[in-house]
Write a protein that binds this ligand. Structure first.
Ligand code: NDP
Length: 244
């Protein structure tokens, strides 16, 4: 995605992968060799801790996916949250949303919904990770104590369906949820997960996580170049990565 944007905009830059063997060395390596970087699982939270400054919603999430080198300092941002929001714009105004899962991605999405005053409920298979969301003032449930209500959007943020064919909740519960929902989206991309397949059976407009991936990249690139280019232009080039 980034290489398509760099080439399309005719910039002198390169974007490549670096394997971080020791998470503690991230800042040292980054400041020595890079102007900008994206951080992926499982380093988003440790990167947050190492930043000299975190700007925007990353502060609330406690995780960053984008790093910028500014005056010898490592500055962190989280574009996953905004990227997700942009990816569901096509569904129109959202008032009530159900997020399934309570991991890092759920934290990012829940925070951005909260910022937009969207009523958000978290549903997770176990209790352990619900405290973060409860403290944020959101409704939190496990499968056992959950009562289905009407939702504009249901989001699967679990990894159920990523490498297996499992649903993120028991089947009957998900059927009940989809019977009361307008739209469904999965953050997993390039795969018709069982979650999305069931959403289709219920005739719900739905999408996978490819646009979230695209837009978090567009927003990161925008930060790398300090808002120099139009988002539409960056998007147009990055989209080419999905066609090749
Ligand atoms: P985490 O490991 O932080 O969280 C996983 C969550 O999923 C937990 O709440 C866990 O529940 C739940 N879970 C895992 N397996 C199952 C299952 N079989 N049934 C029900 N619940 C389950 O993961 P992340 O938030 O980091 O990532 C989640 C997904 O998001 C991944 O598939 C990843 O690929 C995708 N992703 C997509 C992005 C994009 O750009 N489209 C960006 C970032 C991530 P419990 O608490 O009970 O263990």
């Amino acid at each position: 995605m980034h290489t398509f944007a760099i080439d399309g905009l005719d910039l002198k830059a390169s974007y490549s992968k670096t394997l971080l063997e020791d998470a503690d060395k991230l800042k040292e390596i980054f400041l020595k060799s890079f102007d900008g970087a994206n951080v992926t699982v499982p380093h988003k939270e440790s990167a947050y801790k190492l930043c000299d400054e975190v700007i925007g919603i990353g502060k609330k999430i406690g995780a960053v996916n984008t790093l910028i080198s500014k005056n010898g300092k490592m500055v962190g941002y989280n574009t996953d949250a905004e990227g997700f929001l942009k990816s569901v714009e096509e569904f129109g105004e959202l008032k009530d949303v159900l997020i399934i899962g309570a991991g890092g991605t759920a934290k990012a999405i829940a925070n951005i919904f909260k910022n937009k005053n969207i009523n958000t409920t978290i549903l997770n298979r176990s209790k352990n990770r619900l405290g973060f969301f409860y403290d944020l003032g959101l409704k939190t449930n496990t499968w056992e104590d959950f009562e289905v209500k009407q939702y504009d959007l249901v989001v699967n943020t679990t990894s159920a369906g990523l490498e297996d064919e499992s649903l993120p909740t028991p089947k009957d519960l998900l059927k009940d949820i989809f019977s009361n929902a307008k739209y469904a989206t999965d953050v997993i991309y390039n795969k018709q997960t069982p979650f999305l397949k069931m959403a289709k059976e219920f005739n719900l407009p739905n999408k996978d996580g490819a646009d979230m991936l695209l837009y978090q990249g567009v927003l990161a690139f925008d930060l790398f170049y300090d808002h120099k280019f139009k988002l539409e232009q960056i998007t147009q080039y990055m989209k080419k990565a999905f066609k090749s």
